[in-house]
Design a protein around this ligand. Structure first.
Ligand code: C5P
Length: 243
């Protein structure tokens, strides 16, 4: 595909104009960042793995009727997606205490939670994506009460699907982040899962050993990130041939 106009460049991906109106090409970079980009590295092969893994998860969601922005993978690093109006929130689902929740509440990492918990952060790098209550979301007009209810329902369906798929290959889905966008179709508006679903945006622990197979390997210097993501892809049967 000929190189197209760049629409947006983020920390791990670039969006280009798509071949048809209403479409974009999403390119996965090898760049890894953590702690609001204070820590940075280039991790060989990460973009290829995340492109393939995000394709796998988004295709699975589309198949069970959870709408996503994903249309098709184009090549090793690019996928064709629907252009959406991103809601400026990070939607986080937690099954087990870890990361910022464990820190905030003084919980041990790995402590079970009474039920899956959905939380929202305001997507603003300059503020470090602060956690926001639903009251803020409605008051500032980032989403309506109906959108919020639909976002929680969507996030919990994604959690059920991802938890099951990962459990099947011996991996516990500790938590994850998704982004949600709006697609307008005439008078109708639909919420769809957007951005990516990959080990960059999930916590994944081996059920038997507790080994971390996600971006915490990079955040906490626990080993080789490509090896961890390759293991996830291998177990799911989607290992790219030339990472
Ligand atoms: O850091 P925290 O514990 O809040 O992260 C919860 C989940 O959301 C983790 O799986 C993390 O990888 C993901 N996350 C993300 N992008 C962010 C913040 C968190 O993918 N900006």
């Amino acid at each position: 595909m000929a190189r197209r106009k760049k629409i947006y460049e983020g920390k791990a991906k670039i969006l280009y104009e798509g071949p048809e109106p209403g479409t974009l090409v999403q390119y996965f970079k090898d760049d890894a960042t953590a702690f609001n980009a204070e820590k940075r590295a280039t991790v060989d092969g990460k973009g290829v793995l995340n492109n393939r893994l995000s394709e796998f998860f988004m295709t699975g969601l589309n198949t069970i009727g959870v709408p996503t922005h994903f249309i098709k993978r184009i090549n090793m690093r690019e996928q064709l997606i629907r252009s959406v109006e991103i809601i400026p929130l990070e939607v986080i689902v937690r099954n087990v205490a870890a990361g910022s929740m464990a820190k905030r509440l003084g919980l041990e990492e790995g402590a079970p939670l009474p039920r899956p918990i959905v939380e929202f952060s305001y997507k603003e790098d300059s503020l470090g994506d602060p956690l926001v209550p639903e009251e803020y979301i409605i008051a500032f007009g980032w989403a309506s009460q109906q959108d919020l209810d639909d976002m929680v329902a969507l996030a919990l369906r994604v959690n059920d699907f991802l938890s099951g798929v990962m459990y099947g290959v011996g991996i516990k889905l500790v938590d994850f982040k998704i982004e949600i966008g709006r697609i307008y179709d005439g008078d109708f508006m639909r919420l769809v899962v957007a951005d990516e679903i990959s080990p960059d945006s999930c916590r994944l622990w081996d059920i038997k050993t507790g080994q971390k197979l996600d971006k915490d390997v990079f955040r906490r210097d626990l080993g080789n990130l490509t090896d961890a993501y390759t293991e996830v892809a291998r177990r799911l049967g989607v290992l790219p041939t030339n990472v």
